[in-house]
Design a protein around this ligand. Structure first.
Ligand code: MRU
Length: 369
């Protein structure tokens, strides 16, 4: 009895860092995700096997963050393709296209979703001469490749981001562009994690991020559990902490960067950017090149997801906090004008204004590697 008790106390309590954000199950038949709607209170993994389950998990933000939904969709497309009973290529490709469209309809703003699904579809289209089994295997490799790539890409963003700050700097971030939004380092949090490896001792401010509280529930949780010095603030406090001189740089993630540098990210990001400009704090957007959409000329062309009103009126509250029947506007993202952005940190370097040429150069560099 005593021995058992001792063993239990010696066992380290598991934290979210011990779980993958999104992965392929060991038997290869399901996408396994950490259910982010339950965090930080409950750590629960979900096994997704059907198209409906995968799409719903993305729509309900059980898996969320632009890179993570791209990976979930890629793995999902493979899992569904593997279930196919088609023998002829045309039947298989038709089924694949239908599943792709269905998954792609889950959320409109993050370009990573269609980017990952298009990559998967290219595998099907480019291998029409192969058997269904061979294409299924190629799809498995592509999906796992997209997942592995995310780790390398985020680390590279972290290295470039780290070159923009100094030890002991104050860093403010909005929403969750962290490990939970990706596979390992996050994008906006990658410089923070890499800095921690080097003993930089940053002081981080995390906006709580109304209405879905990704900052409070996810960023605060993952940074705190990693031992980062993090302070949670309400969204309307970023002006106060910047005026106090506590913030040396803002790092945020993004869901889509237009060709001119206008950037869609979680609602409230553009307000932080405007406040940062007021206090001359550099405002950096961390963007894997998979999030840059050179086909969309500017922010006006980015479709902004609208979400249900109960996210604003009652979700997270013990009781409804707004009058019945009140009109609600609940856009999930906003566009930050490129003029407010000091730099866009990608895995190939930091793009600086004018973005119409620097982003083109960076995307071209990526294609050559
Ligand atoms: O609605 P969400 O939680 O998916 O929104 C996420 C964000 O806005 C992130 O900042 C963005 O996807 C970048 S994640 C690296």
């Amino acid at each position: 009895m005593q021995e058992k008790l001792q063993k239990e106390t010696m066992e380290r309590k598991k934290t979210i860092r011990d779980y993958e954000t999104v992965a392929l199950s060991e038997d290869g038949k399901a996408v396994v995700i950490l259910d982010q709607t339950k965090l930080p209170g409950t750590i629960e993994q979900l096994r997704l096997e059907t198209a409906e389950q995968i799409r719903e998990a993305i729509y309900l933000l059980k898996v969320r963050g632009a890179p993570a939904i791209g990976v979930a969709a890629a793995l999902g497309a493979y899992v569904l393709a593997k279930q196919s009973r088609a023998v002829k290529y045309d039947d298989f490709a038709g089924e694949f296209a239908r599943n792709k469209e269905f998954l792609n309809s889950a959320r409109p703003t993050a370009v990573n979703l269609s980017w990952a699904l298009n990559r998967m579809e290219s595998v099907v289209k480019n291998n029409a001469d192969k058997s269904v089994e061979e294409i299924q295997e190629l799809l498995r490799r592509e999906a796992l490749g997209i997942r592995e790539e995310d780790i390398r890409v985020c680390r590279a963003i972290g290295e470039y981001g780290l070159s923009l700050v100094k030890p002991h700097d104050g860093i403010l971030t909005h929403c969750n562009a962290g490990r939970l939004a990706t596979i390992r380092y996050g994008t906006a949090t990658a410089p923070i994690y890499l800095g921690q490896e080097k003993g930089y001792a940053f002081r981080v401010f995390a906006d709580e991020t109304r209405p879905l509280l990704q900052g409070a529930r996810l960023t605060a949780c993952e940074l705190h559990s990693a031992g980062v010095d993090v302070t949670l603030i309400c969204d309307n406090m970023s002006g106060a902490v910047m005026r106090n001189g506590w913030v040396d740089a803002v790092f945020v993630g993004c869901d889509r960067v237009a060709a001119n540098g206008d950037t869609a990210n979680k609602i409230g990001t553009s307000v932080v950017a405007a406040v940062a400009k007021q206090y001359q704090v550099p405002f950096y957007v961390c963007a894997p090149t998979s999030t840059i959409d050179m086909d969309t000329p500017d922010g006006d062309g980015i479709r902004i997801e609208q979400r249900p009103e109960d996210e604003v009126t009652q979700m997270w509250y013990r009781e409804r906090m707004a009058p019945e029947g009140i009109r609600v506007y609940n856009p999930a993202f906003d566009v930050t004008d490129h003029t407010l952005i000091s730099g866009i940190v990608t895995e190939y370097g930091v793009a600086r204004p004018p973005y119409s040429s620097s982003l083109r150069k960076i995307c071209r560099a990526g294609k050559q590697i």
